[in-house]
Design a protein around this ligand. Sequence first.
Ligand SMILES: Cc1cc2nc3c(=O)[nH]c(=O)nc-3n(C[C@H](O)[C@H](O)[C@H](O)COP(=O)(O)OP(=O)(O)OC[C@H]3O[C@@H](n4cnc5c(N)ncnc54)[C@H](O)[C@@H]3O)c2cc1C
Length: 459
Amino acid sequence: MATIVEPQREIPVIADVDVCVVGGGPGGLPAALAAARRGAKTLLLEMQGCLGGMATTGHIGPILGITASRADKATVGGIPRELCERMAEIGEARSWEQSLKAHAVAFNVEGLKIVADRMVREAGVELLLHALFVDSVVENGRMTHAVVESKSGRQAVRAKVFVDATGDADLAFRAGAACTKGRPADGKAMAMGSMFRIGGVAALTADVRTAVLDKTREAVRAGELNLYSVQLGGFGSTIRDGEATVNCTRTAGDCTNVRDLTEAEQSIRELTWRTIELWRSVRGAEGLHLISTPAHVGLRESRQVVGERRITGEDVVQARKYEDAVARCGYWIDIHCPRGLVGGGDVHLCSVNCKNRDCYMITDYADQLPDELYPPDGEWFDIPYRTLVPEKVDGVLVSGRCISADHQAMAALRVMGPCMAIGEAAGTAAALAAQASIQPRQVDVQALRAALTEAGALV
Ligand SMILES: Cc1cc2nc3c(=O)[nH]c(=O)nc-3n(C[C@H](O)[C@H](O)[C@H](O)COP(=O)(O)OP(=O)(O)OC[C@H]3O[C@@H](n4cnc5c(N)ncnc54)[C@H](O)[C@@H]3O)c2cc1C
């Protein structure tokens, strides 16, 4: 490939803060709030025009992973709970009690956007939207500056501690932290997929609904629609009558590759539209309509940072606990086929029980597939602090779905409840490190756990 040499240039340092959080999704928003509430001067950088990450720009919901495995017992408190309660207060989410019973928080995307805006303002976080992080400056093994591109040009931010909440570990990767991607067998990560919102679904009679689902099943079996599940919503993020959020599309690809991202955006939009057309071709379903597709294709998995410790699938099913626990996760190993296959609607999960018996993962790499998927009922596994600390680089903590975890464990902790709890831990630790002028790996973990408990988090 041809290359060019970019000329060296001076860029303005627009901020000098204690904590800089990059990415305002489930892993980043609570991190910024936690750091600022502990008195750290905090800057939050987000490349989109709103906060919430996949929960807003990806239409993803409900918020899963708030309880112990198949139980009503909360595993998250603190900022994640507060966020949900703030949405419920303005009528944009189910109450916390209802959510615990449902093991999920159903909410409206616009409600999350407005609550997030209010909470960052109240906490005194400085927020830059439309600010794309592009590079890390590292001196003597410690990250000192983040380089940002926006309409204002190329600028730098200096911070004592950075929190990488980009989902893809962009910051840690550019700072030179070791990262893995996907499963060991072929390096493939979970498929991308987007949820979409529909209207007119409440007006369907039971017979028409059945006819729509039957016709969809036929089309999937015939290979005409690459849908991994046949549904008309019902468990999606919206709580508005007559609307549903549908979670059924799937496509393989590397979401750190711009060409794969482009292909995924377009092919999933096309698939969505063809699905809507098929539904509307059923007599009685002509009023079904597409309200919106997300601003960003849904991303499940890309880079995982190599941390001081790595969570594994074994940790999930054994419900392992750690003395440096900073968050809990009761969710299960939910691997969406990294090859993007749907197998006539039957191949939903990647495990030893997948019905696609010819897949090379079954014939050659079955030892890399999970058999057991759930922590024992009523249990959870701990997220140790060391999984947030990159092995090599100083000045950086990692939050959200890109913490140090193997392919199986990340398939559990990637849901938004645990990502938010991890975010609160990362932000609190970043503030403690910055205020004591120490590195994140030197933080007194028992003091961190005490601070989290005091703030209402469950550790
Ligand atoms: C189809 C699909 C269905 C899912 N279903 C559910 C579900 O029902 N319930 C559930 O709880 N979870 C679900 N998930 C998982 C969940 O949405 C994600 O794993 C979760 O959002 C991860 O949070 P995060 O903050 O780590 O990453 P993200 O949500 O991806 O947030 C990352 C943030 O960082 C920003 N960012 C990224 N790079 C940069 C950069 N270079 N500069 C500046 N900003 C940047 C992004 O814009 C984004 O705001 C689903 C995911 C998908 C794809």
